[in-house]
Design a protein around this ligand. Structure first.
Ligand SMILES: [Zn+2]
Length: 275
């Protein structure tokens, strides 16, 4: 499932290919993508829009148009975007296609069909996003104090709190596990129990894990790929994620797998002791 680094990698790769381009034809092939709106209605409204810039908020990709409207895309579990020459054969699990005025097209694919497209006006965008996502962990104003405030008083498991997009924007299963290992924090301890020092470690670890993910252009485990079809290489950098039974690079002990907040969770029982 794409997290902040994967969506940011898509944004960086796609923006130079599509900015300034106009949508000459929009086809929404799966009504679920835009519900409760109607496919034909959204397609009609997209046609003629000119792309200005691409943004990102948490795991949302924002295609901003010169008109002020924004197409807000969430890839959920298996959504992906492909940029290619126009007029190709339909791709497997193709759910939408935007034909641009440079003879290229943007094809949206989604096996599981949980992804969403929302076309929002300037006034709606901010409230839509602010209701769903908290602060951006890579922004300069994200400080250890801010993180501490987000976790304060919460008795839920630390991992569950970090997976909650309203705590912080953009973290998912991979980068939470990696950050908690780097910060030497047990994923099941209470979110509000962190000392000031532990919060500083976690703050740094979250930013480093996300920055490394972006530098490696994301992690390709199954469906994720860049718009040109290239894969990311963050999966080669995992210290705990998916490494059950393998040695911890820090202490040599075996990595464990458990289940927290309904998600497979990997950690080192020696380095990440539960207080
Ligand atoms: Zn260890």
């Amino acid at each position: 499932m794409p997290e902040l680094p994967e969506v940011e990698s898509i944004r960086r790769s796609l923006e130079p290919l599509v900015s300034g381009r106009q949508i000459v034809r929009a086809e929404i092939l799966d009504s679920r993508l835009v519900q409760p709106e109607l496919s034909l209605d959204i397609a009609t409204r997209l046609e003629g829009e000119r792309i200005s810039t691409l943004g990102r908020r948490g795991k949302y990709l924002l295609i901003r148009f010169e008109s002020g409207k924004t197409l807000v895309i969430h890839l959920r579990m298996t959504g992906s975007l492909r940029h290619r020459r126009a007029g190709g054969e339909p791709l497997p699990y193709e759910r939408a296609r935007l034909t641009l005025n440079d003879r290229c097209e943007l094809v949206y694919r989604d096996v599981r069909r949980f992804g969403t497209w929302r076309l929002l006006g300037t006034n709606e965008l901010e409230s839509y996003l602010n209701a769903r996502v908290g602060p951006e962990p890579l922004e300069p104003d994200f400080s250890p104090e801010l993180l501490r405030g987000r976790l304060a008083g919460r008795r839920t498991a630390l991992k569950a709190a970090l997976l909650d997009q309203r705590t912080l924007a953009g973290l998912g299963n991979i980068y939470v596990d990696e950050a908690l290992w780097a910060a030497r924090l047990h994923p099941a301890r209470a979110a509000g129990s962190l000392s000031r020092q532990a919060t500083v470690r976690l703050h740094g670890a979250i930013r480093e894990a996300l920055a490394l993910g972006i530098a490696r252009q994301g992690a390709t485990l199954r469906d994720y790929a860049l718009p040109g079809g290239e894969t990311g290489s963050m999966q080669n950098e995992f210290r705990v994620y998916g490494r059950e039974g393998k040695p911890c690079e820090r202490c040599g002990g075996a990595i464990s797998k458990t289940r927290i907040a309904g998600r497979g969770t990997w950690f080192c029982p020696r380095c990440q002791r539960r207080r």
